[in-house]
Design a protein around this ligand. Structure first.
Ligand code: DQA
Length: 147
């Protein structure tokens, strides 16, 4: 059975309250429950992690090596700034699907740049909380294709 890790970065613990016009009203706890339930439908174990701290996110990626088969990553604003997260993804040699609730390409220009995208399998953005389900489907299909 594949094991998938869903990682959420800074400020995503405030989902549901934070700019609902941009990010929707679904809370992070609901998103995580939905991910775990969808994992069961896919025949995968899903674990979830959130931190507001760059180093803790890097530690979570490092800890995934040899434990999980792939990662769904919403790095929040670190997407647009963190070479360290990009290096961590390359270092752990696990497939990562980049995820954003909002369509980062339709927002401010500083959100158009992603340090994650060049080292990710692909990017899903603009579909709100449903994006996590799409990302898990994409990651599972990628892992099945790699077998
Ligand atoms: C986000 C988009 C980022 O630009 C922003 O900094 C976030 C959330 C999203 O899910 O749409 O914190 O990653």
């Amino acid at each position: 059975m594949s094991s998938l890790l869903v990682v959420n970065g800074p400020n995503l613990n405030l989902l549901g309250q934070r700019q609902p016009q941009v990010y929707g009203r679904t809370t992070l706890a609901e998103i995580e429950q939905n991910c775990i339930a969808h994992g069961q439908r896919l025949g995968c174990e899903v674990q979830c992690f959130q931190s507001n701290h760059e180093g803790a996110l890097i530690d979570a990626l490092h800890g995934a090596r040899g434990v999980h088969d792939g990662i769904v990553l919403n790095a929040g604003a670190y997407t647009h700034s963190s070479i360290a997260l990009m290096d961590a993804i390359v270092s752990v040699e696990l497939p990562v699907v980049e995820l954003h609730l909002s369509n980062i390409h339709a927002r401010e220009s500083f959100r158009h740049k992603s340090y994650i995208a060049p080292v990710a399998v692909g990017q899903i953005c603009g579909f709100g909380a449903h994006g996590y389900i799409l990302a898990l489907d994409a990651l599972k299909a990628h892992l099945d294709g790699a077998k």
